[in-house]
Design a protein around this ligand. Sequence first.
Ligand code: FES
Length: 536
Amino acid sequence: MPQLTINGKVCDFEQGQSILEVALANEEAIPHYCWHESLSVVANCRICLGEVWAPNPRNEGKLEAWPKLVPTCQTPCSEGMVVHTDSPKAIGNQKSVMEYLLINHPVDCPVCDQAGECHLQDYAYQYGRAESRFLEAKIKAPKKDIGEHVLLYSDRCIMCTRCVRFTQEITGTGELIVDGRGATEQIDVFPGMGLDNELSANVVDLCPVGALLDKDFLFKKRVWFLTKTPSIDGLTASGDNLTIEHAEGSVHRFKPRPNPAINRSWITDEVRYGWKFVASEDRLNQPQRQQLNELIDCKWDKACEEAKKGIKTAGDKCVLMVSPMLATEEAYLLGQAAKAMSDDVVFAVGPVPVDGQDKTFANGYTISAEKAPNARGVRQALEKVSESVLSYEELCELLADKKSGVKSFILTGNYPSDWVTKDFAKLIGRNFLVLIDTLPSDLVKRANVLMPSVTWAEKDGSFVNHKGIAQAFDAAIPELEGAKSEGQIALDLLKACGQEAKRYNAAAIRTEMGIETAVNEPKADRVESEMVFAEL
Ligand code: FES
């Protein structure tokens, strides 16, 4: 493999890779603003310039210095090249660029949401001057509301144009432009039009400074108080990789986690802001059971006992409907629990919401029309415990038949909103019902036993996305008090049926199921923003 040397470190590279790409892959830091792994290269910020020496074939291959500093983000590597971004010349350039960028910058870090994760702040610390030599009045630029989710603070902008390229190259919607030239140029939208596409808030993540900010997160939390847990889209079948950022047990925001094979560097606004039901005040948080036509609070042991007794007493067929919002491991355990409680179980996958058709952008990113994360994984898990697994539609057909013989139900929900249709509630009738769910619905009052469960942000597991890729995720925040994961509820039901008490362990269940290690296993080391901040 060809090699080059970057700041004294010998690095392998592949033909076509830029110096910056190879440096970053080898943990050799080179400052950069305008370069982004998923966008075209424009080399306009000039902070990544490096001093390059390369063998000259016309001079017996002797190393010769190139006459000027070159942008490492745009310069391809070549065999034997020696690059310095830590030489006096390169550092001199970095300092000059920082001084230039800060001339008109308001330096309002104490009130800027980006503080703590701002490249401008980080590089100013490393390469900036302690004092500005600029005595003239700074150019003031306005704050603009440019879209449903995004605010633009123009005077913090460094004109890297990542956001403009995003709307041109990724969404193809082209809402953002560079207006004006020279010192007065600004990012803007066309008059009367806003930043309006399904991926719009990704420009906030792309912005290396505090110019584009997320309205939803604005002034809510300082980023160094946030803990970041790697996770997976738990709302649609995309399998997009994301990070759940949380503090003191509450989710504060979602950010995309780069995965070139799945979502590159993006998530949809639907997923980014769709987590709010996790923090809903309406969340179910108390196991209950029917007594004299009223739901009364009870302990978990009693709820499990009542569920087992009720299903056994009802006799005949019991339906287990596992929601596609649940993890694969949980579906497997629920299947075993249902089998332990009834000799005649009908297995079914819950309703899979679909909204229109998949939408694929020119660059290949796809918005999944399927609004459930794990329809495939749940089916695969149930097929490990039963030869026959019905779809929701097939189940409804079966229930519509008065001779179906179904006498009891174990139903799981965990959807971000009420999922129970009037027709479905009618099909349940007055049969014995164990309901495992997170939010209120028409079925809650009808349930004989109600078991509150937790969302994917509060538990471990794995999802299989619309392309059949299995990915594991970890719990980001603690379980809501009074609720349990469906996996643990299944184990508690098995305990009520006489099996040994166990704690839910998704990784162990994956091994038991024979699922090869799910790809994109979350990293064990959770990133603490506070620690990163302290290092600065
Ligand atoms: Fe190379 Fe901007 S990152 S010029």
